[in-house]
Ligand binder design. Structure first.
Ligand SMILES: O=C(O)CCC(=O)C(=O)O
Ligand SMILES: [Fe+2]
Length: 345
């Protein structure tokens, strides 16, 4: 069932029928229809306090009363927050993923035998410096994933205490903020996979079960080009549901959905560029304001020069070029159960 649906949406020969793909942007239009009534429901989120409100601005999120959060009734625990980011917020996370999260000490898929030490140590810079069109495209599509924090071992599927780097403070703050709004206490972001998807690529069906903690939610942030996401059950025999994931969307896999099969059968071009949308004035002013420290750890973690630079169109240009042909997904997990401070050897 899962694989057939995957093949249906993946197919390249002729465009697949997309009429069953859930588009939460159609919620208001469809909410009274019989088919939608039992499918999608809005979810109310908690208001943030003043400190959290300041942090919200600094990580590039709109005021929480503008967020639209939905739960999928057939997939308990699966939540979709439809693009809560400001346009400069989207730019920040896109640029962070490309210029910083792609670099050591984070681990990437780049083959050590095929790329120069310069490319391995700074893929984004090398891509900008490359003047040969063929080589540049080769380098561009070669980057498919990086891991942050506890590094996921794709072969053994086991995390190792010795295989970790510092989890980025800004990404941690972003997750903490969603936890506040969703009422999750005690979530600690400890591992992330940044997936880079050139248009036309896909990710086949899998479950994410390497973490020692399966009760903590998983946060998945999508930026750039659009995707069809499939969420099924705990076996491949269950028929999956398809939904659109667009730039800025935050998918939360919590509760029973945390261990369900999921996949990205299709990454496709969108006309919308929310990362370039005009920003409401008050947000533009605020994002360049000096953010008062909430606590020192959080304040240090925010990359202020990058936040200021991404609103400069010349600085932004190469990122814009890249994201017009790619999707980026940042997939964050807690690895350890509460009270455990390291992976037992
Ligand atoms: O790209 C996505 O939306 C999902 C990525 C994913 O499932 C993963 O990294 O485990
Ligand atoms: Fe996954």
């Amino acid at each position: 069932m899962f694989k057939r649906t995957f093949q249906h949406y993946k197919r390249k020969s002729s465009p697949p029928d997309l009429q069953d793909v859930i588009d939460v942007d159609l919620y208001e239009t469809n909410k009274l229809s019989h088919s939608w009534h039992n499918l999608v429901k809005p979810l109310h989120l908690s208001e943030l306090n003043q400190n959290e409100g300041r942090l919200r601005q600094s990580v590039g999120l709109q005021p929480e009363n503008m967020w639209r959060c939905y739960r999928l009734l057939n997939h308990p625990g699966l939540l979709l927050i439809r693009n809560p980011f400001t346009s400069s917020g989207q730019r920040y996370w896109i640029a962070r993923s490309l210029q910083d999260y792609s670099r050591p000490p984070n681990i990437s898929n780049l083959d050590r035998t095929k790329f120069s030490p310069a490319a391995l140590s700074n893929w984004w810079r090398e891509l900008q410096d490359c003047t040969d069109a063929v080589l540049s495209n080769h380098l561009k599509i070669a980057m498919r994933w990086t891991t942050l924090g506890y590094h996921h071992n794709w072969d053994t599927k086991v995390y190792d205490e010795a295989m970790q780097s510092t989890f980025p403070g800004d990404l941690s703050s972003l997750c903490q903020l969603f936890c506040q709004a969703l009422g999750y206490s005690n979530f600690t972001p400890q591992a992330a996979i940044v997936n880079y998807y050139p248009l036309g690529t896909c990710l086949s069906g899998h479950t994410d079960h390497s973490e020692l903690n399966h009760n903590a939610p998983l946060f998945s942030y999508s930026f750039g080009q659009s995707a069809i996401f499939l969420i099924g059950g705990t076996s491949l025999n269950e028929l999956p549901t398809a939904l659109y994931l667009r730039s800025g969307d935050v998918l939360v896999m919590s509760g029973p959905s945390r261990l369900c099969y999921h996949a990205v059968p299709r990454v496709m071009k969108t006309d919308q560029q929310p990362w370039n949308a005009a920003e409401p004035k008050h947000e533009t002013v605020r994002i360049t304001d000096n953010i008062e420290p909430i606590d020192t750890k959080m304040n240090k973690s925010l990359d202020s020069p990058l936040r200021d630079n991404i609103i400069n169109e010349i600085f932004w240009h190469p990122f814009n070029h890249f994201i017009s042909g790619s999707r980026i997904n940042i997939n964050v997990r807690q690895v350890l159960p509460p009270g455990m401070h390291q992976i037992p050897s």
